[in-house]
Design a protein. Sequence first.
Length: 105
Amino acid sequence: MTIRLIIALTFVVLLAAGPVLAGGDSVRGQQLSVDCADCHGEDGMGDEDSPAIAGMDEAEHIAALQAFKSGERVDEEEMMTMYAEDLSEQDMADLAAYYKSLGGD
């Protein structure tokens, strides 16, 4: 009985972790990045008003987007808050994968 329970719990954990392990789609992220480019630039390098996001660690990028979406992190113009509120978890992963692929320096 204990072995069955362990196997069942392992299966449930793997199912729950599946989307997280899948990661982002950088091609879709590039399509989603059109709005991002308005402030962060086509190359994701930003400028004096917007930070560079090219090459950013994917987990950190997702965490930042989640913080804007939840209101935990706020920017003065609320542009990021307004943009992030419409993003799904998959959208965030896709954007993070795309900007990671840009490298950055």
